[in-house]
Design a protein around this ligand. Structure first.
Ligand code: SF4
Ligand code: SF4
Length: 369
């Protein structure tokens, strides 16, 4: 089947970040600054994405503000006709830097918070003073007239503060709040026992969201998805492998999702050698899990095969060592019991984190000069 064009590009500009979140979605093998794509290459990638049919670019990382050329990158994306969304921790964002980005054509900011108050936020993010900087960044964003989405990644150690997180979003003038449960691969998988919420926490949080949606309708949109470990059916990860989104890593790998490098044996093309068009339509890596032909039992022939597309390939890889297996988040998977085992382990686990960090042992090399 010939796929539809992608809707959006996730541009992972860098893995550098002042924060050290223990659930960071970056791979555990991080890319060093010396291997990041340069400004001109990113500008070409944005033009290729727009020509391919993408409508928007998410400028992400790591912390994209760590790139000194960010205004030039925003200008290039905006010039290519893409809607530009900056996904940031906010700790490097001040009024002068935001003014540069606005002048370059920035359309929207998505600001992450680690908790509702400073003590928890700074501990979870591993960055003293970070929460206060985020509040300042939010005020700067709203003063500039930009629309603001607050992104709250939730887990056992902050889910009880969900009402306060919603109040924070209202206080900061956000139009949208994403209550995003941690996805457990990479750094988050290493910290899973300290992060998984209990069923009781989840049910309380779901009720809080329902009440807040009613109370703040027309003022605050709240996005909320039940986490995989408490669900009976998996999510349609990325809207299906290679069907709606593509990502480019800091070193230039073209990926069906930002975590796809965790799957071994797939030869992802690089922007240095392959156009986004060729990657999307002709690369074996994008075709590998697209559609339903690859599916094993029990997905094959399942009535939900074209609804959830068999769930998340990276989760199947992370939990089963087999990216071509049914996502164990599905209760029809013969390995679904693994999730209950993980919940039981988490119920008696402590609160300590293994923080995300750069070290000699986890800086990857793609051999790019
Ligand atoms: S999740 Fe935390 S550590 Fe990872 S990029 Fe975002 S702010 Fe930085
Ligand atoms: S068996 Fe496969 S297609 Fe069916 S619901 Fe489970 S994950 Fe989805």
């Amino acid at each position: 089947m010939r796929p539809e064009p992608p809707l959006a590009l996730l541009a992972e500009l860098t893995h550098r970040c002042p924060l050290r979140c223990p659930y960071c979605s970056n791979p555990t093998q991080l890319t060093g600054a010396g291997e990041e794509l340069d400004t001109a290459t990113w500008a070409r990638v944005f033009a290729e994405a727009a020509a391919l049919g993408c409508l928007q670019v998410h400028l992400s990382g790591g912390e994209p503000m760590a790139r000194r050329d960010l205004p030039a990158l925003v200008r290039a994306a905006q010039g290519a006709g893409l809607y530009t969304n900056l996904i940031t921790s906010g700790v490097l964002l001040d009024a002068p830097r935001l003014a540069e980005l606005c002048a370059a054509g920035l359309d929207h900011v998505q600001l992450s918070v680690q908790d509702a108050a400073a003590a928890g936020g700074d501990r979870i993010g591993g960055y003293a003073g970070g929460h206060a900087r985020k509040l300042t960044a939010a005020a700067v964003i709203r003063a500039a007239g930009l629309p603001l989405t607050l992104n709250a990644v939730v887990h056992r150690q902050n889910l009880n503060n969900l009402e306060q997180l919603i109040d924070l979003a209202l206080d900061l003038g956000a139009g949208r709040l994403e209550v995003a449960h941690v996805q457990y691969y990479g750094w988050a998988l290493a910290n899973r026992a300290a992060l998984l919420p209990s069923r009781a926490q989840l049910e309380a949080a779901t009720a809080v969201v329902a009440a807040a949606r009613r109370a703040h309708a027309g003022r605050l949109v709240i996005d909320y998805v039940v986490p995989d470990y408490h669900a009976a059916r998996p999510k349609a990860c990325m809207g299906g492998w290679g069907q709606r989104f593509l990502a480019v890593s800091p070193a230039g790998r073209i990926l069906p999702c930002h975590a796809a490098e965790s799957i071994p044996g797939l030869d992802y093309p690089r922007v240095q050698e392959t156009s986004l068009h060729a990657a999307w339509y002709a690369s074996p890596a994008f075709a590998r899990f697209r559609g339903t032909d690859w599916m094993p039992s029990p997905c094959r022939g399942c009535e939900r095969a074209e609804i959830d597309w068999g769930g998340c390939r990276c989760q199947a890889q992370a939990l089963l060592g087999d990216a071509a297996a049914t996502d164990p988040a599905c209760d029809r998977s013969p390995r679904h019991g693994l999730l209950a085992d993980a919940l039981a382990e988490a119920a008696s686990a402590g609160q300590d984190f293994a923080y995300r960090q750069f070290s000699e042992s986890n800086i990857r090399s793609d051999g790019i000069v």
